[in-house]
Design a protein around this ligand. Structure first.
Ligand SMILES: [Zn+2]
Length: 240
């Protein structure tokens, strides 16, 4: 499995008495969460710096994230407490917001991409990789008949990750080339696709046209797992 940048840090004992908490205010309405401080700082170097450094946030133990979506933040909180995504054993209302099981699975795709970007922004590496793993499975399973990420999702990923070589951006290119049909390219929206995305698609189709690889042969989940070395990748292969 992918390595965890927090693995060398001691797992926090949040069950102990009188554990310290931090307040996180999310979105324009300042939706409020009170969370165990150690849990937040263990998961995220961003929160560690903000809540234990010399910033005002560390003194007040309060961080404000006015531009974030409270719904996406709640999925992050769920993962903080459970180390997994919402599942059928969780509150039905949360499960419905995570994945209402509609044809094409667009809500879950949207949630995974937005949660991935959130984790990239706040340096939550473990969950960032897990969102990538889950998106791969979500897209790849023929039984789910998942729609390709649409223009809005691709724009959101490229604009917010700011790196054409980010694992999610590379996956969006690979997924497009792997599954798209000619109907996937409408004349109306062609100008909206990010330049880095279009360049990636053209480059990959050029490789196919020259006879190297093809639509059926190249998707490999480990390409998007941020493995540190070949040994780590070998240990992961076979799991996916
Ligand atoms: Zn892997």
């Amino acid at each position: 499995m992918p390595q965890n940048n927090t693995q060398d840090r001691e797992v926090p004992r949040i069950s102990r008495q009188n554990t310290m908490h931090a307040t996180i205010l999310v979105g324009p309405s300042k939706a409020c969460w009170t969370l165990p401080l150690d849990l937040l700082t263990h998961a995220s170097p961003f929160f560690r710096a903000a809540l234990t450094g010399n910033f005002l946030e560390a003194k007040t133990k309060t961080v404000t994230l006015p531009c974030e979506d409270p719904q996406i933040f709640e999925f992050f909180v769920h993962w903080l407490y459970t180390s997994r995504f919402p599942a059928l054993t969780d509150a039905p209302s949360l499960v419905a917001e995570w994945d209402p099981q509609e044809p094409g699975g667009e809500t879950k795709t949207h949630n995974l991409v937005h949660l991935h970007v959130f984790c990239d922004r706040y340096q939550i590496r473990t969950l960032r990789i897990k969102t990538m793993e889950e998106l791969y499975v979500h897209m790849e399973d023929p039984a789910l008949n998942t729609f390709l990420p649409d223009l809005e999702i691709v724009q959101y990923a490229y604009e917010n990750l700011g790196d054409d070589e980010a694992p999610l951006c590379r996956f969006l290119v690979d997924a497009q080339c792997h599954w798209a049909s000619s109907q996937s390219w409408g004349a109306d929206d062609t100008g909206g696709w990010p330049l880095g995305f279009l360049t990636g698609v053209l480059r990959l189709y050029s490789v196919f046209a020259q006879g190297s690889g093809g639509r059926e042969s190249y998707l490999d989940a480990c390409d998007y797992h941020e493995h540190g070395d070949e040994g780590e990748r070998k240990a992961c292969e076979g799991v996916f």
